[in-house]
Design a protein around this ligand. Structure first.
Ligand code: A3P
Length: 300
Protein backbone atom coordinates (compact mmCIF):
# COMPACT_ATOMS: atom_id res chain seq x y z
CA UNK A 1 0.00 0.00 0.00
CA UNK A 2 2.85 2.32 0.87
CA UNK A 3 4.25 1.48 -2.54
CA UNK A 4 0.93 2.40 -4.15
CA UNK A 5 0.90 5.76 -2.42
CA UNK A 6 4.40 6.43 -3.65
CA UNK A 7 3.44 5.57 -7.21
CA UNK A 8 0.41 7.77 -6.96
CA UNK A 9 2.27 10.81 -5.72
CA UNK A 10 4.96 10.28 -8.36
CA UNK A 11 2.27 10.19 -11.03
CA UNK A 12 0.57 13.29 -9.68
CA UNK A 13 3.87 15.14 -9.64
CA UNK A 14 4.32 14.74 -13.36
CA UNK A 15 0.79 15.47 -14.47
CA UNK A 16 1.23 17.76 -17.46
CA UNK A 17 -0.09 18.67 -20.90
CA UNK A 18 1.85 16.81 -23.56
CA UNK A 19 1.85 17.00 -27.35
CA UNK A 20 0.23 13.98 -29.03
CA UNK A 21 2.35 10.94 -29.73
CA UNK A 22 -0.53 9.44 -31.67
CA UNK A 23 -2.79 11.08 -34.23
CA UNK A 24 -5.94 9.60 -35.68
CA UNK A 25 -5.67 11.36 -39.04
CA UNK A 26 -8.96 10.17 -40.58
CA UNK A 27 -10.85 9.24 -42.53
CA UNK A 28 -14.02 11.30 -42.16
CA UNK A 29 -16.99 8.97 -41.44
CA UNK A 30 -14.65 6.03 -41.06
CA UNK A 31 -15.48 5.52 -37.36
CA UNK A 32 -12.93 7.99 -35.97
CA UNK A 33 -14.97 8.96 -32.90
CA UNK A 34 -15.73 5.36 -31.93
CA UNK A 35 -12.06 4.45 -32.33
CA UNK A 36 -10.88 7.37 -30.18
CA UNK A 37 -13.39 6.72 -27.40
CA UNK A 38 -12.57 3.02 -27.36
CA UNK A 39 -8.79 3.59 -27.28
CA UNK A 40 -9.32 5.96 -24.40
CA UNK A 41 -10.38 2.95 -22.32
CA UNK A 42 -6.67 2.14 -22.15
CA UNK A 43 -5.06 3.49 -18.96
CA UNK A 44 -1.98 4.58 -20.91
CA UNK A 45 -3.96 6.71 -23.35
CA UNK A 46 -5.14 10.28 -22.76
CA UNK A 47 -7.47 11.51 -25.48
CA UNK A 48 -8.25 15.02 -26.59
CA UNK A 49 -12.06 15.05 -26.45
CA UNK A 50 -12.52 17.63 -29.24
CA UNK A 51 -11.12 17.85 -32.78
CA UNK A 52 -8.43 20.52 -32.52
CA UNK A 53 -7.76 20.99 -36.28
CA UNK A 54 -4.31 22.33 -35.51
CA UNK A 55 -2.48 21.04 -38.58
CA UNK A 56 -5.18 21.64 -41.20
CA UNK A 57 -6.57 25.06 -40.23
CA UNK A 58 -4.00 27.74 -40.94
CA UNK A 59 -5.36 30.09 -38.24
CA UNK A 60 -4.79 27.38 -35.65
CA UNK A 61 -1.42 26.31 -37.01
CA UNK A 62 -0.20 29.92 -36.79
CA UNK A 63 -0.87 29.90 -33.05
CA UNK A 64 2.05 27.52 -32.69
CA UNK A 65 2.89 24.36 -30.77
CA UNK A 66 2.51 25.99 -27.34
CA UNK A 67 -1.11 26.73 -28.15
CA UNK A 68 -1.58 23.18 -29.44
CA UNK A 69 -0.08 21.82 -26.23
CA UNK A 70 -2.47 23.99 -24.20
CA UNK A 71 -5.37 22.14 -25.89
CA UNK A 72 -4.09 18.78 -24.64
CA UNK A 73 -5.52 16.98 -21.59
CA UNK A 74 -3.46 16.45 -18.46
CA UNK A 75 -1.57 13.17 -18.59
CA UNK A 76 1.10 11.29 -16.71
CA UNK A 77 4.36 10.51 -18.49
CA UNK A 78 3.29 6.88 -18.73
CA UNK A 79 0.38 7.96 -20.93
CA UNK A 80 0.38 8.87 -24.56
CA UNK A 81 -1.83 11.67 -25.75
CA UNK A 82 -3.97 11.08 -28.82
CA UNK A 83 -5.72 13.69 -30.93
CA UNK A 84 -8.05 13.06 -33.86
CA UNK A 85 -9.09 15.45 -36.60
CA UNK A 86 -10.33 13.52 -39.66
CA UNK A 87 -9.54 16.31 -42.14
CA UNK A 88 -5.81 15.85 -41.43
CA UNK A 89 -5.79 12.91 -43.83
CA UNK A 90 -6.92 14.86 -46.91
CA UNK A 91 -5.24 18.24 -46.32
CA UNK A 92 -2.05 18.55 -48.42
CA UNK A 93 0.04 20.57 -45.93
CA UNK A 94 -0.59 18.32 -42.96
CA UNK A 95 1.96 15.47 -43.27
CA UNK A 96 4.95 17.85 -43.29
CA UNK A 97 3.56 19.95 -40.44
CA UNK A 98 3.05 16.82 -38.35
CA UNK A 99 6.59 15.71 -39.15
CA UNK A 100 7.90 19.09 -38.02
CA UNK A 101 6.20 18.57 -34.63
CA UNK A 102 7.56 15.06 -34.15
CA UNK A 103 9.11 12.87 -36.86
CA UNK A 104 8.45 9.79 -34.67
CA UNK A 105 4.73 10.43 -34.10
CA UNK A 106 2.48 7.42 -34.69
CA UNK A 107 -0.42 7.69 -37.09
CA UNK A 108 -3.66 5.76 -37.32
CA UNK A 109 -6.04 5.83 -40.27
CA UNK A 110 -9.41 4.15 -40.00
CA UNK A 111 -10.91 3.26 -43.36
CA UNK A 112 -14.18 1.78 -44.46
CA UNK A 113 -15.68 0.53 -47.73
CA UNK A 114 -15.41 3.75 -49.80
CA UNK A 115 -18.97 3.48 -51.13
CA UNK A 116 -20.43 3.11 -47.62
CA UNK A 117 -18.23 5.98 -46.48
CA UNK A 118 -19.57 8.12 -49.33
CA UNK A 119 -23.19 7.30 -48.41
CA UNK A 120 -22.42 8.16 -44.78
CA UNK A 121 -20.71 11.42 -45.78
CA UNK A 122 -23.65 12.32 -48.03
CA UNK A 123 -26.09 11.70 -45.15
CA UNK A 124 -24.03 14.05 -42.97
CA UNK A 125 -23.84 16.77 -45.65
CA UNK A 126 -27.58 16.57 -46.28
CA UNK A 127 -28.27 16.82 -42.53
CA UNK A 128 -26.25 20.03 -42.34
CA UNK A 129 -27.97 21.38 -45.47
CA UNK A 130 -31.34 20.66 -43.85
CA UNK A 131 -30.20 22.56 -40.75
CA UNK A 132 -29.47 25.55 -43.03
CA UNK A 133 -32.89 25.18 -44.72
CA UNK A 134 -31.26 24.17 -47.99
CA UNK A 135 -33.23 21.74 -50.17
CA UNK A 136 -32.32 18.04 -49.96
CA UNK A 137 -30.79 16.38 -53.01
CA UNK A 138 -30.82 12.85 -54.35
CA UNK A 139 -27.57 10.97 -53.81
CA UNK A 140 -27.32 9.95 -57.46
CA UNK A 141 -27.70 13.56 -58.62
CA UNK A 142 -24.65 14.47 -56.59
CA UNK A 143 -22.45 11.39 -57.12
CA UNK A 144 -23.16 10.93 -60.84
CA UNK A 145 -23.20 13.29 -63.84
CA UNK A 146 -26.35 13.58 -66.00
CA UNK A 147 -24.75 11.12 -68.48
CA UNK A 148 -24.53 8.50 -65.73
CA UNK A 149 -20.76 8.69 -65.24
CA UNK A 150 -19.18 9.26 -61.85
CA UNK A 151 -18.91 12.93 -60.85
CA UNK A 152 -15.19 13.01 -60.12
CA UNK A 153 -15.43 16.69 -59.10
CA UNK A 154 -17.50 15.83 -56.04
CA UNK A 155 -15.59 16.53 -52.84
CA UNK A 156 -17.05 13.72 -50.77
CA UNK A 157 -16.25 11.28 -53.56
CA UNK A 158 -12.62 12.46 -53.49
CA UNK A 159 -12.30 11.68 -49.79
CA UNK A 160 -13.07 8.02 -50.62
CA UNK A 161 -10.03 7.90 -52.97
CA UNK A 162 -7.84 6.78 -50.08
CA UNK A 163 -4.75 5.91 -52.13
CA UNK A 164 -4.47 9.43 -53.52
CA UNK A 165 -3.88 10.92 -50.08
CA UNK A 166 -1.84 8.05 -48.69
CA UNK A 167 1.02 8.66 -51.10
CA UNK A 168 1.61 12.09 -49.54
CA UNK A 169 1.82 10.59 -46.04
CA UNK A 170 4.15 7.82 -47.18
CA UNK A 171 6.34 10.41 -48.83
CA UNK A 172 6.96 11.95 -45.41
CA UNK A 173 6.62 9.05 -42.93
CA UNK A 174 7.95 5.48 -43.04
CA UNK A 175 5.24 2.84 -43.43
CA UNK A 176 5.94 1.44 -39.94
CA UNK A 177 4.67 4.66 -38.33
CA UNK A 178 1.21 4.14 -39.84
CA UNK A 179 -1.44 1.71 -38.73
CA UNK A 180 -4.68 1.00 -40.56
CA UNK A 181 -7.88 0.13 -38.76
CA UNK A 182 -10.66 -1.69 -40.59
CA UNK A 183 -13.67 0.52 -39.84
CA UNK A 184 -16.19 -2.06 -41.06
CA UNK A 185 -14.76 -4.53 -38.55
CA UNK A 186 -14.64 -1.96 -35.75
CA UNK A 187 -18.42 -1.58 -36.08
CA UNK A 188 -19.21 -5.30 -35.84
CA UNK A 189 -16.50 -6.51 -33.47
CA UNK A 190 -14.34 -3.73 -32.02
CA UNK A 191 -12.18 -5.79 -29.68
CA UNK A 192 -9.78 -7.42 -32.19
CA UNK A 193 -9.21 -4.12 -34.01
CA UNK A 194 -8.37 -2.44 -30.70
CA UNK A 195 -5.93 -5.18 -29.79
CA UNK A 196 -4.11 -4.54 -33.06
CA UNK A 197 -3.83 -0.84 -32.20
CA UNK A 198 -2.48 -1.68 -28.73
CA UNK A 199 0.11 -3.89 -30.41
CA UNK A 200 1.06 -1.14 -32.89
CA UNK A 201 1.55 1.32 -30.02
CA UNK A 202 3.59 -1.16 -28.01
CA UNK A 203 1.05 -1.01 -25.17
CA UNK A 204 0.02 -3.89 -22.93
CA UNK A 205 -3.35 -5.39 -23.85
CA UNK A 206 -5.36 -3.63 -21.15
CA UNK A 207 -8.56 -2.86 -23.06
CA UNK A 208 -11.03 -5.55 -22.06
CA UNK A 209 -13.91 -7.16 -23.93
CA UNK A 210 -16.26 -6.40 -21.03
CA UNK A 211 -15.69 -2.67 -21.55
CA UNK A 212 -18.17 -2.69 -24.45
CA UNK A 213 -21.46 -4.36 -25.14
CA UNK A 214 -23.66 -4.49 -28.21
CA UNK A 215 -26.63 -2.19 -27.72
CA UNK A 216 -29.42 -3.59 -29.91
CA UNK A 217 -31.47 -0.38 -29.73
CA UNK A 218 -28.56 1.73 -30.99
CA UNK A 219 -27.37 -0.99 -33.34
CA UNK A 220 -23.80 -0.27 -32.20
CA UNK A 221 -21.34 -1.18 -29.49
CA UNK A 222 -21.47 1.16 -26.51
CA UNK A 223 -18.93 1.59 -23.72
CA UNK A 224 -19.71 0.25 -20.27
CA UNK A 225 -17.95 3.36 -18.96
CA UNK A 226 -15.48 1.55 -16.73
CA UNK A 227 -13.12 4.23 -15.49
CA UNK A 228 -9.36 4.17 -16.04
CA UNK A 229 -7.04 4.45 -13.00
CA UNK A 230 -6.69 8.17 -13.83
CA UNK A 231 -10.48 8.62 -13.91
CA UNK A 232 -10.76 6.72 -10.64
CA UNK A 233 -8.20 8.98 -9.04
CA UNK A 234 -9.92 12.13 -10.30
CA UNK A 235 -13.41 10.84 -9.56
CA UNK A 236 -12.62 9.58 -6.06
CA UNK A 237 -11.03 12.96 -5.29
CA UNK A 238 -14.14 14.59 -6.65
CA UNK A 239 -16.60 12.50 -4.65
CA UNK A 240 -14.60 12.84 -1.46
CA UNK A 241 -14.55 16.59 -1.97
CA UNK A 242 -18.32 16.54 -2.38
CA UNK A 243 -19.38 14.38 0.55
CA UNK A 244 -16.50 12.13 1.51
CA UNK A 245 -18.52 9.12 0.34
CA UNK A 246 -16.59 6.85 -1.95
CA UNK A 247 -19.64 4.70 -2.59
CA UNK A 248 -20.89 7.60 -4.66
CA UNK A 249 -18.30 6.60 -7.22
CA UNK A 250 -20.67 4.00 -8.70
CA UNK A 251 -22.85 6.85 -9.95
CA UNK A 252 -20.08 7.69 -12.37
CA UNK A 253 -20.30 4.27 -13.99
CA UNK A 254 -22.61 5.44 -16.74
CA UNK A 255 -22.77 3.65 -20.06
CA UNK A 256 -21.69 5.63 -23.06
CA UNK A 257 -23.09 5.37 -26.58
CA UNK A 258 -22.07 7.73 -29.37
CA UNK A 259 -24.36 10.63 -30.24
CA UNK A 260 -27.15 10.65 -32.82
CA UNK A 261 -24.82 12.06 -35.49
CA UNK A 262 -23.41 8.50 -35.78
CA UNK A 263 -25.55 5.85 -37.40
CA UNK A 264 -27.66 8.17 -39.56
CA UNK A 265 -29.89 6.48 -42.09
CA UNK A 266 -28.01 6.18 -45.39
CA UNK A 267 -29.85 7.19 -48.59
CA UNK A 268 -31.71 4.49 -50.51
CA UNK A 269 -29.90 4.24 -53.83
CA UNK A 270 -30.70 2.11 -56.92
CA UNK A 271 -28.37 -0.91 -57.36
CA UNK A 272 -27.13 0.42 -60.73
CA UNK A 273 -25.79 3.55 -59.05
CA UNK A 274 -23.96 1.48 -56.45
CA UNK A 275 -22.44 -0.76 -59.10
CA UNK A 276 -21.21 2.23 -61.16
CA UNK A 277 -19.49 3.50 -58.00
CA UNK A 278 -18.04 0.09 -57.11
CA UNK A 279 -16.53 -0.18 -60.59
CA UNK A 280 -15.11 3.30 -60.28
CA UNK A 281 -13.49 2.67 -56.90
CA UNK A 282 -12.20 -0.86 -57.64
CA UNK A 283 -8.83 0.12 -59.20
CA UNK A 284 -8.25 2.81 -56.55
CA UNK A 285 -8.99 0.29 -53.81
CA UNK A 286 -6.54 -2.23 -55.24
CA UNK A 287 -3.89 0.47 -55.37
CA UNK A 288 -4.61 1.32 -51.73
CA UNK A 289 -4.37 -2.35 -50.65
CA UNK A 290 -1.01 -2.63 -52.42
CA UNK A 291 0.35 0.51 -50.72
CA UNK A 292 -0.85 -0.62 -47.30
CA UNK A 293 0.01 -4.29 -47.76
CA UNK A 294 -3.42 -5.36 -46.53
CA UNK A 295 -6.62 -6.38 -48.37
CA UNK A 296 -9.80 -4.89 -46.89
CA UNK A 297 -12.09 -7.00 -49.13
CA UNK A 298 -14.34 -4.16 -50.20
CA UNK A 299 -16.98 -5.41 -52.63
CA UNK A 300 -16.31 -4.73 -56.33
P1 A3P B 1 -22.65 6.03 -39.95
O1 A3P B 1 -23.17 7.28 -39.31
O2 A3P B 1 -22.63 6.09 -41.42
O3 A3P B 1 -23.29 4.77 -39.43
P2 A3P B 1 -16.87 9.23 -37.69
O4 A3P B 1 -16.86 9.20 -36.20
O5 A3P B 1 -15.51 9.15 -38.29
O6 A3P B 1 -17.70 10.37 -38.19
O7 A3P B 1 -17.57 7.90 -38.17
C1 A3P B 1 -18.95 7.68 -37.99
C2 A3P B 1 -19.21 6.21 -38.18
O8 A3P B 1 -18.68 5.47 -37.09
C3 A3P B 1 -20.68 5.90 -38.20
O9 A3P B 1 -21.10 5.93 -39.54
C4 A3P B 1 -20.72 4.48 -37.59
O10 A3P B 1 -21.11 3.48 -38.52
C5 A3P B 1 -19.28 4.22 -37.16
N1 A3P B 1 -19.16 3.55 -35.88
C6 A3P B 1 -18.28 2.55 -35.61
N2 A3P B 1 -18.43 2.08 -34.38
C7 A3P B 1 -19.43 2.81 -33.82
C8 A3P B 1 -20.04 2.78 -32.53
N3 A3P B 1 -19.65 1.92 -31.59
N4 A3P B 1 -21.05 3.65 -32.30
C9 A3P B 1 -21.46 4.51 -33.26
N5 A3P B 1 -20.90 4.58 -34.49
C10 A3P B 1 -19.90 3.74 -34.77
Amino acid sequence: NNNNNNNQSQQMAILDRRLPRLLIIGVRKGGTRALLEMLNLHPNIAMVPVEVHFFDKFDNYQKGLDWYRSQMPLSTDGQLTVEKSPSYYVTPEVPERVYAMNPHVQLVLIVRDPVTRLLSDFAQIEASRAAQNLPNRRFQDVALLPNGEVNTQNRALHVSLYAKFLSRWLHVFPRRQLHFVDGDRLIHDPYPELQKVEHFLGLDHLIRRDQFYFNATKGFYCLTGTATPMDQLLLSNESSALNDDHVNYSHHHHHKCLAGSKGRRHPQVPDEVISVLRQFFAPHNRKFFAMVGQDFHWPE
